[in-house]
Design a protein around this ligand. Structure first.
Ligand code: FES
Length: 192
């Protein structure tokens, strides 16, 4: 004959174990939901903290680089070539000092300066300044550009003019925001 007390106690135990499991399931579900809700925030935080992601695309985030004293530039609009050396370049984990990243032509008329990336917008060859014809020429596929950077020959394969850089004069020095753009397309789209 079975003991009814023992039965009750057994059923109480199974009741409590069921309750415990239910609580465990509910707690796990809440945990997973919270993790899902936090994921987009965490992804956003990563992009804020990662300097590589942070610098992509926007010109406003490109640092100013001091290139040359204004008096080094002739006042007649003739361009001079300068290498661009960034004082500091950071990737996600390392900081590099004095990194050459490219070159520009800068010309000045009075207080106005204009700077072009030396890279041809067609496929990236180095463009030459030709003093005889007072224009720019790319020897790779014969694109020609005027002093204002525009394409001057209808047969030039370059789909756009030379890429202008943001410039300013401060403390008698020329400063540039040096940036590369996607080659061989008509639009000027910054590379990350
Ligand atoms: S790379 Fe300059 S014309 Fe092709």
């Amino acid at each position: 004959m079975s003991d009814p007390k023992a039965k009750k106690s057994l059923s109480d135990d199974s009741c409590c174990q069921d309750g415990k499991s239910r609580r465990l399931v509910i707690a796990s579900t809440i945990g997973v939901s919270a993790a899902c809700a936090l994921f987009p925030f965490a992804a956003g935080l990563t992009s804020i903290l990662d300097p590589v992601v942070r610098n992509s695309g926007s010109t406003a985030k490109v640092p100013w680089t001091r290139v040359t004293s204004v008096i080094n530039l002739p006042d007649d609009g003739k361009p001079a070539k300068f290498e661009i050396i960034l004082a500091e370049v950071k990737d996600a984990w390392t900081t590099y000092k004095n990194v050459p990243v490219g070159a520009v032509y800068i010309s000045r008329k009075g207080d106005e300066v204009i700077a072009f990336n030396l890279k041809c917008p067609h496929l990236g060859c180095a463009v030459d300044y030709r003093s005889k014809t007072n224009d720019y020429f790319c020897p790779c596929h014969n694109s020609t550009f005027g002093l204002d950077g525009s394409v001057t020959d209808a047969n030039s394969p370059s789909p756009r003019g030379l890429d202008t850089m943001h410039t300013k004069i401060e403390d008698k020095f020329v400063w540039i925001r040096f940036q590369q753009y996607r080659p061989n397309i008509a639009e000027k789209i910054p590379l990350s």
